[in-house]
Design a protein around this ligand. Structure first.
Ligand code: AMP
Length: 215
């Protein structure tokens, strides 16, 4: 049995913004995560280890208790559900918006529309709420290509600056959700390992409260 507290981190853009927060909370990987092919890292806090995985896998690891805690984008939690997880902190990092977008000047026909996205559950819920009959087409990347190739009328995607949309002749239409990264905790672990988990939550909350001033 591994007694270390395990925190699952989302690799990529979220990781870059998570590491400085963890460092200020006294948790730093003992080696450079960006130049290592390892997936598990010991830290300066000897009872805490980090695993670095894909965002879509973070809720799975935490839900099953393979990791006690995790850092993951709200988009993943909205798309794949958050059962078995507490979400005690909004870390306020990797902020972006989940939006519908279409070709510049696109006018809805009122008829059935085709929507390409990797967020199929979010898209289905969104259009159902609007009473719009939408055929949702699952893609794994490059959503903005779909309208150009007449695979879909609209897309649902993450928008930060909007540059990706503009570069492909598209514009944002409607905001579905405001996204940031969240700290999630396994519900059973929150009871069985309350003290170390609450310490990490409190330390991170303090870091967020101190803001940039303590960077
Ligand atoms: P932008 O061109 O700045 O609007 O960025 C859009 C693209 O960057 C999207 O298609 C996403 O794949 C990616 N992106 C931007 N911000 C985030 C984020 N916070 N988390 C995950 N992906 C993001």
């Amino acid at each position: 049995m591994n007694e270390k507290l395990t925190i699952a981190l989302t690799k990529g853009r979220i990781l870059k913004e998570t590491l400085p927060l963890l460092a200020r909370a006294g948790i730093e990987p003992l080696e450079d995560v960006s130049s290592s092919r390892k997936l598990v890292f010991d830290t300066t806090s000897s009872d805490v280890q980090l695993v670095i995985i894909r965002g879509t896998d973070v809720p799975t690891y935490v839900r099953h208790g393979a990791a006690d805690m995790g850092v993951v984008g709200k988009d993943i939690l909205l798309e794949h559900g958050a059962e078995g997880l507490y979400e005690p902190l909004d870390l306020g990092i990797a902020c972006c918006r989940l939006m519908t977008a279409g070709p510049v000047g696109w006018q809805g026909t009122g008829a059935r529309i085709r929507v390409a996205t990797k967020f199929v559950n979010i898209a289905r819920r969104h259009f159902a709420r609007r009473g719009v009959h939408a055929e949702v087409i699952k893609l794994y990347g490059a959503m903005e290509l779909a309208p150009m190739m007449n695979l879909a009328d609209l897309i649902v995607d993450i928008v930060d600056t909007g540059n990706t949309l503009r570069a492909n002749g598209m514009e944002p239409l409607e905001e579905i959700a405001s996204i940031s990264s969240r700290l999630v905790v396994n519900k059973a672990a929150m009871r069985s390992r309350y003290r170390p988990i609450q310490r990490v939550i409190d330390d991170l909350a303090q870091v967020l409260e101190n803001g940039d001033a303590a960077a």
